[in-house]
Design a protein around this ligand. Structure first.
Ligand code: NAD
Ligand code: MG
Length: 385
């Protein structure tokens, strides 16, 4: 039985991870469950999966959980120190990194240090701390399988190797505003941006998908995961979300991964890797697909994607600044403090003030991330004034 630590268990990826666990009785033992504030759901999950340890990162939710929990065999810990302690104390074979945002960086680095394989949904960790992740991975040889559908697709296309690989074709749905005029994007409301056409996801990634920042983060993620130059990562808008990505080889052959827009497929791939297993989830019916379209993204209408490419090429600490600023921008948009098109404007403004340096350590990364967040807050305050 593979022992799993599911971090971000109460979120979209976390709950779907547990659905995959349910589909494979006898395969997995859930050893650690961690969530932020939804203590009620964590309580239900803990009752069902009987983990050795539950961690609640938000202190008042931790208190509530402790009050209501009747299982005395289970260790209950609080905060990020609790997450790190749990990983050290309870033997685990694989950590599912499904927390949102930069909160995923520290536990990911801890798992790498401890030699725990990673099923990594949390792309912000690679964007922000890619160099630290790579260094730590080289030391312990841990496997990192991305749970992002595009990157999972790419793994599957390159299973036979990357010899003669020309480029990665990273598909994007284009988000809810694909066909809108640029002027109208200034009037986008929170409700409109939270409605993704093809995927149901957490709020932060849903907004990132609407600005196409998500695709920008994924370009940087692909650069780290597959060691492919930015010039050889091409984003293709593909509104049907049937082709989850493709790779082109030097002989002109293109391999594609197709499937339903169902995150349980890439989650399962990471969890059962290197084996492929049948599952009861719905399958693609080609007779129901009217057509597949592909075209180039509009960088002018979606400046976040252009910015992410630029920042990725600069490298060093620039992507960490982009990520930290973007997290504040998205949170401010969700609080109606800034407009939709302020999101890329804010991120660009913060990035332009930063002088990129090599990231030396986790504490150094934290400093840079904090700086980016405080600069982003300055932009938000100015907008509010
Ligand atoms: P979500 O908002 O639904 O869930 C986030 C989880 O993280 C929750 O369990 C929450 O309790 C936890 N969390 C939030 N803040 C935290 C903090 N400060 N400290 C510790 N835990 C915290 O998000 P999601 O859609 O499941 O996305 C999770 C990650 O997976 C993100 O990095 C996202 O980019 C990535 N991802 C998601 C999808 C998807 O389909 N949802 C697809 C690809 C990648
Ligand atoms: Mg994706």
């Amino acid at each position: 039985m593979k022992r799993l630590a599911v971090l971000g268990a109460t979120g979209s990826i976390g709950t779907q991870t547990l659905q995959v666990v349910d589909a494979f009785p006898g395969w997995f033992e859930v050893t650690i469950l961690a969530g932020h504030s939804n203590w009620q759901l964590l309580l239900q999950q803990a009752e069902k999966y009987q983990p050795k340890c539950v961690v609640i990162t938000e202190p008042s939710a931790y208190e509530k959980f402790k009050q209501e929990n009747r299982n005395t065999n289970m260790t209950v810990l609080c905060g990020m120190p609790g997450v790190l302690q749990a990983l050290e104390q309870f033997p685990t074979d694989m950590m599912v990194g499904a927390m949102s945002g930069a909160a995923g960086i520290e536990p990911t680095l801890k798992a790498l240090e401890l030699g725990i394989d990673l099923a990594l949904a949390n792309k912000e960790t690679l964007v922000s701390g890619g160099s630290l992740v790579r260094k730590a991975q080289q030391k312990t040889g841990v496997n990192i399988i991305s749970v992002d559908s595009e990157h999972s697709a790419i793994y599957q296309c390159i299973e036979d190797g990357t010899k003669c690989l020309n480029k990665i074709l990273l598909t994007a749905s284009g988000g809810p505003f694909r066909t809108w005029n640029k002027e109208d994007l200034y009037k986008v409301t929170k409700a409109q941006a939270l409605k993704h056409p093809n995927w149901s996801m957490g709020q932060k990634i849903t907004i990132d998908s609407a600005t196409l920042m998500n695709k920008g983060l994924e370009v940087i993620e692909a650069n780290w995961l597959f060691n492919v130059d930015y010039d050889d990562i091409q984003v293709l808008v593909h509104p049907q979300s049937v082709v989850h990505s493709m790779v082109e080889y030097g002989d002109g052959s293109v391999l594609a991964h197709l499937g339903k827009a169902d995150m349980r497929i890439p989650i399962q791939y990471a969890l059962t890797w290197p084996e492929r297993q049948g599952n009861p989830f719905p399958k693609l019916d080609f007779t129901q697909i009217a057509g597949l379209e592909f075209y180039a993204p509009d960088f002018e209408k979606f400046p976040a994607l252009k910015l992410a490419y630029e920042v990725g090429r600069v490298g060093k600490s620039a992507p960490a600044v982009l990520n930290g600023a973007n997290e504040i921008a998205v949170a401010a948009f969700l609080k109606d403090q800034i407009g939709f098109m302020d999101i890329p404007a804010l991120v660009q403004w913060v990035v332009e003030q930063h002088n990129p340096v090599e990231i030396e350590s986790f504490s150094h990364l934290l400093e840079i991330d904090q700086w980016a967040r405080s600069q982003a807050q300055v932009f938000v305050q100015n907008r509010k004034a």
